[in-house]
Design a protein around this ligand. Structure first.
Ligand code: F0G
Length: 445
C-alpha cells in the first residue's frame, strides 16, 4: 500500500529520483521535499487507510507498534524485508489542559505532547524514518548540527541502527540533559565556538567533503516522519480538524512537516478542511516573524539569536520558505513572545501536571497573544504542540523556581508578577514540627 516517492524542489519544482548529500536542488540549490506522484492519479482509499491504521494498534510487529510507521502509506516506501530503526516513537498523548483553559478562556484546549517520545522530543518521529533510509543507503556515519534535541535523538537512532554519529553543537548554549543523552548514546560530540547557525553551515560543508549522512531537518525524510504528528493528532480527534494548531518555530522543519501533512490529508480526503497552523518564536530569535512582517515572506531576515529557550535559539532557519508556504496555505499566524511570557507559560503547563521545556511553552504564550488580537476566538478548538519534555532543561526550571532566571537582565522587575507560580525548594532541619509548620503555611497561602 506504500506509495512511490520522488524529490521535488520547493522553488523550481524540478523532480528527481535521487538527492545529493546536501539535499539541495541540482538546478537551483533550494530545498527538496518528498512527493508522491501517484496520488494525483489515484488516491488511496481513505476509509481503508483509517481502518488499517487503527487495526495496527493491536498488532505486535515493531513496524506497527511505531506511531510513525503505523502511517507508512503516507511515507516513502520501505522494501518488504527492510528493517526499520525504531524505538516505538510516536503514539504520543493528546491531553486536555483544564487550568490553561481557565486562564485563557479557550474551553477546547489540548496539548499534543511530543515530549513523551523515547528520547523526550518530537525529533524521534523524524529520526526513525531518516535513520532507516541512511542505513538502507549503506551509510556508516550520520551527523547533525543541533540545539540539543536533534543530537540526542540522532545519537539514539544511530546506536540502535549500528551506525556512528557525529554531533555539532554550539558550546555552552545547550542544556546538559540533551548533551548527556548524546554522550551516553555514543555520539562523537563537538562543542563548537559558534551558534547553531554556524554549526549547520559547517555541517553542510562537511557532507560535501565526507561520506556522512546529514540528519538535520533539511533532510526531507526527517520531515516525512514528523508529518505523522499531525496524522496521529487528527486520528485522536476522530478526523475532525481543530480550528488552530500552534507550534514553536526554530529551524522551521516541524511547522513545515505538520503543514505538509495537513495539506496532504486534505488532498487525500482524510480531513474536510485545513486547521490554521500558527508558528510562535521567541522575541530574541524571531527571523520568521520579521521576514513575514518586514519582507512579506519574500526573503529571510536573519537575526543574532538570544533566548533562554535554547532549543529555538536560531537566527537563520533553513526551512523558512517551507514554513512561510504552509502558513499561507493554512491561513495561520506568526507571532513572537517575550522571555517573561515564556517562563509564565512554562510554569502554567507545569502546574497541569504535564510540563514541557521552555521552547514548547511559547505555544501557550503565543495563544494568549493570538487571543488578544482576535485571531483565535475562545469558542474555537486549539491544539498546542509541546515539542520537548520538562526534563530536557532542568536548569531553566530550577532557576525559575528559585527566582534566578531573570537575574541581571532587564526582565527582573517584570518577572516579579510570576511569584505565585514559583515553588522553590525549602531547606529545613530534619524535624517533624518544622515540616508540619511548612504544611500549614502552604495550606494558608
Ligand atoms: N521545540 C524544541 C524542543 C526543539 O528542540 C526545537 C528544535 C523546536 C521546538 C523547533 O523546531 O527547528 O523544527 O522549528 N530543535 C532543533 C535541535 C533545532 O537541534 O534540536 P524546528
Amino acid at each position: 500500500m506504500s506509495s512511490p516517492s520522488v524529490f521535488r524542489c520547493i522553488a523550481c519544482a524540478d523532480l528527481s529520483a535521487a538527492a545529493s548529500q546536501d539535499f539541495r536542488c541540482a538546478s537551483c540549490g533550494d530545498l527538496l521535499e518528498i512527493t508522491y506522484p501517484s496520488w494525483t492519479q489515484s488516491k488511496p482509499d481513505r476509509a481503508r487507510l483509517k481502518a488499517v491504521w487503527r487495526d495496527r494498534r493491536a498488532s505486535s510487529r515493531a513496524v506497527d507498534l511505531s506511531g510513525v510507521w503505523r502511517f507508512r502509506e503516507l511515507l516513502p516506501a520501505i522494501e518488504a524485508d527492510q528493517r526499520v530503526i525504531t524505538l516505538r516513537e510516536g503514539n504520543t498523548p493528546l491531553y486536555e489542559l483544564p487550568q490553561c483553559s481557565r486562564i485563557t478562556g479557550v474551553a477546547a484546549l489540548f496539548a499534543k505532547h511530543q515530549g513523551m517520545n523515547p528520547t523526550g522530543s518530537f525529533k524521534d518521529a523524524g529520526m526513525t524514518v531518516a535513520a532507516t533510509f541512511a542505513k538502507h543507503a549503506g551509510f556508516h556515519w550520520v551527523a547533525c548540527a543541533s540545539t540539543g534535541n536533534t543530537s540526542a535523538s540522532m545519537a539514539a537512532y544511530a546506536a540502535r541502527g549500528g551506525m556512528r554519529s557525529l554531533v555539532l553543537v554550539p558550546a555552552g548554549k545547550i542544556s546538559w540533559s540533551k548533551l548527556s543523552q548524546a554522550l551516553d548514546y555514543g555520539a562523537v560530540t563537538c562543542q563548537l565556538r559558534t551558534d547553531f547557525d554556524g554549526c549547520l553551515e559547517l555541517l553542510q560543508q562537511l557532507v560535501r567533503r565526507a561520506r556522512v549522512y546529514q540528519l538535520n531537518s533539511i533532510n526531507p525524510f526527517r520531515l516525512e516522519g514528523q508529518k505523522t504528528l499531525a496524522i496521529e493528532l487528527l486520528e485522536q480527534l476522530d478526523w475532525q480538524p481543530p480550528d488552530h494548531i500552534i507550534v514553536p518555530g526554530g529551524n522551521l522543519g516541524n511547522s513545515s512537516a505538520i503543514g505538509k501533512a495537513l495539506v496532504e490529508m486534505l488532498h487525500l480526503g482524510l480531513i474536510p478542511r485545513l486547521p490554521r497552523l500558527s508558528v510562535i518564536q521567541a522575541e530574541g530569535a524571531n527571523p520568521l516573524v520579521r521576514s513575514l512582517r518586514e519582507a512579506a515572506g519574500k526573503r529571510l531576515i536573519s537575526v543574532s539569536p538570544e533566548t533562554r529557550a535554547t532549543a529555538i535559539r536560531i537566527g537563520n532557519p533553513a526551512s523558512w520558505k517551507k514554513a512561510a508556504n504552509v502558513l499561507e496555505a493554512s491561513g495561520g499566524a506568526c507571532e513572537q513572545v517575550s522571555e517573561v511570557e515564556i517562563a509564565q507559560a512554562k510554569a502554567e503547563i507545569g502546574a497541569e501536571g504535564i510540563g514541557c521545556e521552555p521552547a514548547s511553552a511559547v505555544t501557550l504564550a503565543g495563544l494568549k497573544r493570538l487571543l488578544k488580537q482576535g485571531f483565535v476566538k475562545p469558542g474555537e478548538t486549539v491544539v498546542l504542540v509541546l515539542t520537548g519534555s520538562l526534563l530536557k532543561d532542568p536548569d531553566y526550571t530550577m532557576d525559575f523556581h528559585r527566582g534566578d532566571l531573570f537575574e541581571g537582565t532587564g526582565d527582573q522587575q517584570a518577572s516579579n508578577g510570576l511569584n505565585s507560580l514559583r515553588h522553590p525548594p525549602i531547606a529545613l532541619d530534619a524535624n517533624l514540627d518544622a515540616i508540619i509548620r511548612t504544611l500549614e503555611q502552604a495550606e494558608e497561602s
